[in-house]
Design a protein around this ligand. Sequence first.
Ligand code: NAD
Length: 290
Amino acid sequence: GMKIGFIGLGNMGAPMAANLVAAGHTVTGFDTAAQPDGITMAQSAAEAATGADVVITMLPNGEILRAVAEQIHPAMSAGALHLDCSTVDVDSARAVAEKAQAAGLMAVDAPVSGGIGGATAGTLTFMAGGSAEAFGIAKPLFDIMGQKAVHCGASGAGQAAKICNNMILGVTMIATCEAFALADKLGLDRQAMYDVVSTSSGSSWSMNAYCPAPGIGPTSPADNGYKPGFAADLMLKDLRLSQTAAEAVDADTPMGAVATALYAQFVEEEDGADRDFSAMLPRFRDRHRS
Ligand code: NAD
């Protein structure tokens, strides 16, 4: 097996690291707060990185990633791989990859889709940016922690794919929820609405796989009182990353901007932070035209 350092053992990192241990790899972890069972923990990020073939980071944001990279890069062996699986801004991903290269290391940005359930089951999707050689080193680890890994391009391409995907997700969820609320007020039965849309041109993952209406379609957080799932405040984080990126490259993303504003209102003014992002349906149902 490989010698792996794993920094950031929270909701996602802990089960990902557990799957690497179960597959026979030697994992040394570090986290400033979490103390997960079954992972050998180091006293510092640098200690966890020392002598590792691969150091995986799974951290909250780009600022923390940049700080941790400063700590681990000097400790890593020449030619070792820094594999960042956090969701961060494209600029931070590229900056960290450049610093790694300057230090004689390899780097891959590989944010994930699939949530805590996917991390636990080892069925995440990885979207990766970096050289073909670096992707090849990470691939056996992707195969343990996930079911699909797409090499999207050079450094930053993984983060770019992630925020584009999640911008579509935020927009289609809102569109699906406002359409259900309109259907309610038109007296249209929700099951009929689902049966039509899920097999018509309005279909999407938000309708078909994660239906925001309780009791309709496959089981989803709507059937569990809108407990996350995928919390609205995490959706907001990803939408804001999409808008930061859009601004930086002068891309016109009006639907993404509206979705960001609606989730910001939901999270910051309407107690939506800890609710699933599909709780936009009761939000729209209870509102009037403004
Ligand atoms: P989390 O907050 O549960 O875990 C982050 C961990 O990082 C925490 O345990 C925290 O103590 C640790 N940490 C913070 N600063 C640190 C430092 N300086 N050194 C070492 N450890 C430090 O978050 P999570 O849900 O595991 O998410 C991690 C990343 O994955 C985020 O970027 C998130 O956007 C992304 N993501 C999450 C989900 C999800 O469903 N939770 C899905 C896809 C992607």
